[in-house]
Write a protein that binds this ligand. Structure first.
Ligand code: PLP
Length: 227
């Protein structure tokens, strides 16, 4: 499928979700997750009007980001091994999966002087054992600790909801993340303004938008996957 057609279908769903929840469309940014596809396909997405490109692995990301540089904001959305930080830390605009202090420490150590990495803290909002992320009850302390790493700015929270055919079932997970963001905002920490919620993928982005997503991360439904 043509990215333009996919995007117009997604756009309609987002509009409908905005109407249902009384949100302003301008608050929501679509990240095209291009991990399954080539740089050409990423450029096609940019042609269609996409302004955010996401990758979840270092391999493949750098080449595609090079092709897209200057035309889109670049997002790292996957888990990153600490020892790989040095290869990538100044290459993207947002990091979506900050889930441990060792990573923050490495960002601090490897960032060029005065470079600040806007990060989403990944939260295990569903509480499933298999999911990565900080446990909700540990979030306040984790945020507090991050003040020791000025290269890290807490730009938001991110979660991966368990896959369910019925996306409605994921609603409590997204709602939980929104509540956690309010708690973080109440901490009023200068390093953690936390305006963003990165949540919602192909299967469940409409529900995520209704619950407050500011970044939806869409791969399969937008640019396709190689299956
Ligand atoms: C792959 C991926 C996505 C996109 O998933 P789709 O179901 O293909 O839309 C979103 N977020 C993360 C972290 C991913 O790894």
């Amino acid at each position: 499928m043509d990215v333009k057609e996919n995007l117009s279908r997604i756009e309609q769903e987002i509009q409908t979700a905005c109407t249902r929840s009384g949100r302003d469309r301008s608050e929501i940014h679509i990240i095209a997750v291009t991990k399954y596809v080539t740089a050409d396909r990423a450029l096609e997405a940019i042609d269609a009007g996409i302004r955010h490109i996401g990758e979840n692995r270092l391999e493949g990301a750098l080449e595609k980001w090079e092709a897209c540089a200057g035309q889109a904001s670049l997002h790292f959305v996957g888990s990153l091994q600490t020892r790989k930080v040095k290869d990538i830390v100044d290459k993207y605009d947002y990091f979506h999966s900050l889930d441990r202090l060792s990573l923050a420490r490495e960002f601090q150590k490897r960032s060029p002087e005065n470079h600040v990495v806007p990060c989403m803290v990944q939260v295990n909002a569903s509480g499933e054992d298999s999911k990565a992320g900080i446990a909700p009850e540990e979030l306040p302390d984790f945020i507090e600790e991050l003040k020791n790493y000025p290269a890290v700015q807490v730009a938001g929270l991110m979660t991966m909801a368990p896959f369910d055919e019925n996306s409605e079932k994921t609603r409590p997970v997204f709602r939980k993340l929104r509540e956690l963001r309010s708690d973080v905002q109440k901490q009023q920490a200068p390093h953690a303004p936390c305006p963003h919620l990165s949540m919602g993928m192909s299967n469940d982005f409409a529900v995520a938008v209704e619950e407050g997503a500011t970044f939806v991360r869409i791969g399969t439904d937008l640019v396709g996957n190689r299956k």
